[in-house]
Design a protein around this ligand. Structure first.
Ligand SMILES: [Zn+2]
Length: 323
């Protein structure tokens, strides 16, 4: 506890020095979390985030002149700031370097995941306020999303995606093809692709939550043959209450080099989530930037992990989402 307290004090002082609040010297852990996430967004989307400012005792981010308040992780426009209890907080997690073996899950973690999975199946809970992501990705409607789409080719398949990720996918495509020249596993993966899904306007079943596919910011790589392997937590949950313990060998996965090529370009792979979705890659450059910001707080890896804990980030966590 003493050690944690010291790190907390040090972290607060360091953050206060890095990201000073004009006219105030106090920063609590919620402020640190807010500042860190907005900073990660600013680095990931420098053309979208106009500024990050401390206003009315809270961190805010400005997009196209509209101000968004942290609001305990709900990220709300000014008008809805006081109604934070009505909305689901966004989930930010420290994107893991390694795939976690489910055998390392504790009984408490298993019970928690089971309860969360069941709650999701009953469609309980509240939804995100849609305004922040709509502003960030430049579309709040189906028509707006479709205006931002571009046709591209990934691994030889045509796919519609947000114009923003065309270059990134091009780099992934080149890196994977290059790897396939000397790596049989990667070559077999490319040959085995059945189809690739990108843009798909849809709400997450029973909610008004948008999937990243609704902005064209996610791709699903579907193999021609699954060979009986598991891909999606919810399908597994329908027949196995211990879906979270499904061994990694039984899950369909792209080769590690493919996952790394996507990650290098700002994507998160759904196979690393506790609520796994192994075909799914979504554009989350802010998660990768968040890790860099944490690392810049201290060079020491051990320390940055403590910093992540203190800022309240979970590891390999994404909220349950129907595809
Ligand atoms: Zn998907």
């Amino acid at each position: 506890m003493k050690y944690t307290g010291k790190i907390a004090t040090f972290l607060i002082l360091l953050f206060a020095a890095l990201f000073p609040i004009t006219g105030s010297t106090i920063m609590n852990s919620e402020d640190i979390r807010a500042r860190l996430i907005f900073e990660a967004y600013r680095r990931a989307f420098p053309d979208r985030i106009d500024s990050i400012e401390y206003r009315n005792e809270e961190w805010t981010a400005v997009i196209d002149g509209d101000r968004f308040y942290w609001a305990r992780g709900r990220i709300l426009p000014e008008a809805d700031r006081g109604r934070w209890t009505l909305y689901r907080p966004y989930v930010f997690y420290t994107y893991p370097d390694q795939l976690r073996d489910p055998r390392s899950l504790s009984p408490e973690q298993i019970a928690k995941l089971r309860a969360q999975g069941e709650a999701e199946a009953r469609l309980t809970g509240v939804d995100h306020h849609p305004a922040f992501r709509a502003a960030l990705y430049g579309s709040s409607s189906r028509g707006g999303a479709e205006k931002r789409l571009a046709k591209t080719t990934l691994f030889g398949k045509r796919v519609n995606v947000h114009g923003r990720i065309v270059d990134a996918l091009g780099k992934v495509d080149r890196a994977v093809r290059e790897a396939a020249e000397s790596d049989q596993e990667v070559a077999a993966f490319l040959n085995g692709i059945g189809s690739i899904g990108g843009y798909n306007w849809r709400e997450i079943r029973g909610t008004s939550r948008r999937s990243f596919h609704s902005w064209g910011l996610a791709v699903d790589i579907q193999p021609a043959r699954l060979g009986g392997k598991i891909t999606f937590w919810e399908w597994e949950r329908e027949r196995n209450p211990d879906w979270m313990l499904a061994p990694l060998e039984r899950r369909w996965m792209p080769p590690k080099k493919v996952v790394q090529a996507f990650e290098k370009e700002g994507f998160a792979w759904g196979g690393k989530w506790d609520f796994y979705d192994t075909m799914h890659f979504e554009y989350r450059p802010e998660l990768h930037e968040m890790k860099k910001v944490l690392a810049s707080v201290s060079e020491a890896r051990e320390f940055s992990e403590s910093a992540a804990d203190l800022a309240g980030f979970e590891r390999s966590r994404e909220e349950p989402a129907a595809r």
